[in-house]
Design a binder for this molecule. Structure first.
Ligand code: FAD
Length: 404
């Protein structure tokens, strides 16, 4: 089992530097344009696929890095490049993790390659859990999946919202209620294969930030998928439902462990944005002259930069710790995964605001990137569990009490 280390090995450093090059040379020059266009940045994602950066092989290699640092290091660099483009490149990963954690080996082998495609035929995937009335409260989900035993097909009806890549994806992973009355433990995940009739895109959202990432409603109207699209299979589902009916808590804990393991990757995105804004502010403060001296000569500015850098390093440490815990199978007794996402998300929001302040009027314009970074950072206290929900999870883990 890998010991925790902050020292990257030569291969990890090479991957980091390779992604940094892509982020600096391809993503940064394209970032403002795609933010303005608010469209999915196909040319950038295709470019990433061409060099193997948008590929199953690449993510699988990072995902199974025994130190746990492969994913956070890669993601931080991508999001240092740009958050909207970064999400366009990594959004498929959310659906892939859904299959990886819930699917059988056969399902993993069948569906995950179809989510990425290849450099000649780039594919996308979307993970659809949130609904208009079921955001933080997942147990309020209404999308229903009913088993048609005669045909061994599942019929799915409902409306999903906020789905990253929703409607433009080839493969959709949809969470639905299979047994009402059991709350979140009566849910199951399904793969909806490419071109399945009945699945359509609803409203596409016009967002405050991460505007190159596509976010939309997904409408499921009598969608029929074969029995083998139920992730984990029918037998495992029946066993799980039987346990839930008896009041056992096992499946809830499993879902919690999955969240704890995936949240540090979102924290790493926030660290990348915060670092980009901090670096821009540091450069600016060194060169901008007021009152006959660079503004960084004022403690009021220099101390802000000191605080920004301290917070970013602390956030990265929390992210790396949680990623290492996930990779080495350590129990998240204090919800360390949620801690990392909470702290990194709040850090990104605060650091990008401070960066904007340090750039003065320029920081408030679209001629400088911190304005976009500040808008992009705002989502990190909202999606993948709001900051309030992270605090709830941490407080419950610490106290063992059902804090509300
Ligand atoms: C750009 C974007 C991309 C997204 N991508 C996806 C995706 O790919 N797939 C997907 O399934 N979902 C996705 N989401 C959905 C996202 O995860 C939800 O928006 C998030 O979970 C919050 O749900 P909500 O928006 O319904 O807010 P609500 O749950 O309505 O929360 C509103 C406010 O109330 C607070 N609140 C709620 N309950 C409590 C409580 N018990 N205690 C204290 N405060 C509370 C919240 O913290 C928040 O401040 C995305 C969202 C956005 C905006």
């Amino acid at each position: 089992m890998a010991e925790f280390t902050m020292e990257l090995d030569d291969e990890q450093k090479a991957v980091r530097d390779w992604i940094h090059g892509f982020a600096a040379d391809v993503m940064r020059p394209a970032a403002a344009e795609w933010d303005e266009r608010e469209e999915f940045p196909w040319p950038v994602v295709r470019e990433a696929a061409k060099i193997g950066l948008y590929s199953l092989d690449f993510y699988a290699k990072q995902f199974f890095d025994p130190t746990g640092l492969g994913i956070p290091v890669a993601i931080e660099e991508l999001f240092w490049g740009d958050a909207g483009l970064g999400l366009a490149i990594t959004g498929t990963g959310l659906a892939a993790v859904g299959v990886l954690t819930n699917g059988t080996e056969e399902q993993i082998g069948t569906w995950i390659p179809q989510m990425y495609g290849d450099e000649h035929d780039v594919r996308l995937a979307a993970f659809c859990s949130s609904e208009p009335d079921a955001g933080s409260d997942v147990s309020a989900m209404r999308t229903r999946a009913v088993h048609d035993e005669a045909k061994d097909e599942w019929v799915i009806d409902g409306t999903k919202t906020w789905a990253t890549n929703g409607g433009i994806a080839d493969v959709h992973v949809v969470v639905a209620v299979v047994e009402p009355g059991l709350g979140a433990r009566g849910h199951a995940s399904f793969v909806v294969p490419p071109g399945t009739p009945g699945l359509s895109q609803g409203q596409k959202f016009r967002k405050h930030g991460i505007r190159a990432s596509h976010t939309a409603e997904v409408v499921l109207d009598g969608v029929r998928v074969p029995g083998h699209c139920l992730l984990g299979g029918k037998e495992k589902l029946d066993e799980r439902l039987a346990r839930a009916r008896e009041g056992a808590t096992g499946s809830g804990n499993a879902a919690m462990a999955t969240f704890e393991a995936s949240r540090p990757a979102v924290g790493a995105q926030a660290v990348g944005i915060a670092r980009a804004a901090y670096e821009t502010a540091l450069d600016y403060a060194r060169t901008r002259v007021q009152f006959g001296r660079p503004i960084i000569d004022n403690q009021g500015v220099a101390f802000q930069l000191a605080d920004m850098r301290t917070r970013i390093d602390a956030a990265r440490l929390l992210v790396w710790r949680a990623s290492w815990m996930a990779a080495t199978g350590k129990p998240f007794t204090a919800a360390e995964g949620s801690m990392s996402k909470l702290f990194a998300g709040e850090t990104a929001r605060e650091v990008t605001a401070q960066a904007m302040q340090i750039l003065g009027g320029n920081g408030y314009t679209r001629d400088y990137p911190v304005e976009r970074m500040h808008r992009d950072a705002a989502i990190y206290t909202i999606f993948e569990g709001t900051s309030e929900i992270q605090r709830l999870v941490i407080a419950r883990a610490l106290s063992g009490m059902p804090i509300r």
